[in-house]
Design a protein around this ligand. Structure first.
Ligand SMILES: Nc1ncnc2c1ncn2[C@@H]1O[C@H](COP(=O)(O)OP(=O)(O)OP(=O)(O)O)[C@@H](O)[C@H]1O
Ligand SMILES: [Mg+2]
Length: 313
């Protein structure tokens, strides 16, 4: 049985804004779990509550209600904090340092000796593709992609078992995004658990073992990608040949039918009904041309959830 290393239980967060303390419900009753060694993607549009979820796990903000655990320990406790590395959404790194200098500094702060910190800094720069470029100029002269890579490297300095990345691919060009994806895979190969947030669908489709969709503070879907999209099969199309008029009439009562190139096309919302019709057609001497179920894509599911969450105008 895989262990759940990140757990939220009915997590809610209401912020207060403005002079009158108006309530903003950023997170509503979110329960999710991330298993040890998996890549979990938290997918949601802008303002959905992704960063708030991360901050609650880090202990940077306190939940209004509910609880969260990291590596079996209450979120925000020193033991929980030791279990993970974190890359924030908009990393602000010490601009006057060079990449290797920053990593050595953070390595020393995390308890490594001077020589170990240097070795670790070198390894991490190589891992994120910054060897050379990371050591010859101060961070203020880094490109956005270089900053993002360094921010990922600094999250790994203490070799934590879990990493939390808030939008790790944002601001990267397609090559940079591919590099970060490969890096996340490499981390999983090393046994790490990766929990990251994004609003970029192909990144989720390419690398996640499991996905949570969050819109307007609520977790609407959570599971393996295949489960999420398979659960939303939309239509099964059955194409038959050699169907007599009596059977045609019967099928017209159970499915939407049309004729195309001398073949009968039937569309069912229920996959099993389509299979039963196919069997019946074959029994009656008909010909099965095709039987295809169109599944909802992740993009369609995501857009539908975002629309459902939007308050009516
Ligand atoms: N410190 C805060 N005070 C008040 N409201 C906040 C605060 N932080 C976040 N919010 C509000 O909570 C909601 C969720 O914000 P959050 O930053 O968690 O979303 P997100 O999914 O990370 O969005 P994005 O994709 O834009 O980064 C938003 O309505 C936001 O304005
Ligand atoms: Mg955010």
């Amino acid at each position: 049985m895989p262990t759940d290393v990140v757990i939220t239980e009915h997590l809610s967060k209401t912020y207060r804004v403005g002079f009158w303390g108006r309530k903003v419900e950023a997170l509503k009753d979110v329960s999710l779990s991330v298993r040890e060694g998996e890549i979990f993607g938290l997918l949601g549009p802008n303002g959905a509550g992704k960063t708030t979820t991360m901050k609650l796990l880090l202990g940077f903000v306190k939940p209004t209600s509910g609880r969260a655990f990291v590596a079996g320990m209450p979120a925000g406790s020193p033991a929980a904090r030791r279990a993970f590395g974190y890359t924030p959404e908009n990393p602000a790194l010490h601009e006057f340092l060079k990449g290797d200098e920053l990593l050595v500094l953070l390595g020393r702060l995390s308890g490594l000796g001077g020589r170990d910190a240097k070795r670790r800094a070198g390894e991490l720069l190589e891992l994120v593709g910054l060897t050379g470029r990371g050591t010859d100029r101060p961070i203020r002269k880094f490109s956005k992609g270089m900053v993002q890579r360094l921010a990922i490297a600094q999250a790994l300095i203490a070799d934590p078992p879990i990493v939390l990345f808030d939008e790790p691919m944002s601001g990267l060009d397609p090559v940079g995004r591919k590099d970060v994806r490969d890096l996340i895979f490499a981390l999983r190969e090393r046994g790490k658990t990766v929990f990251f947030s994004t609003h970029i669908l192909p990144d989720v489709e390419a690398i996640c073992d499991r996905v949570g969709i969050i819109t307007n503070g609520r977790l609407t879907d959570c599971g393996k990608l295949s489960e999420l999209v398979d659960a939303n099969a939309r239509e099964t199309e059955l194409v038959l040949g050699g169907i007599g008029s009596a059977l045609k009439e019967r099928f017209a009562k159970v499915a939407r039918t049309l004729e195309r190139d001398g073949q009968l096309v039937l569309r069912f919302s229920d996959e099993e009904a389509a299979q039963a019709a196919a069997r019946e057609a074959l029994d009656q001497g008909g010909r099965l041309v095709s039987l295809v179920t169109h599944r909802e894509s992740l993009e369609e599911l995501f857009v539908r959830r975002a629309k459902e969450a939007r308050p009516a105008a």
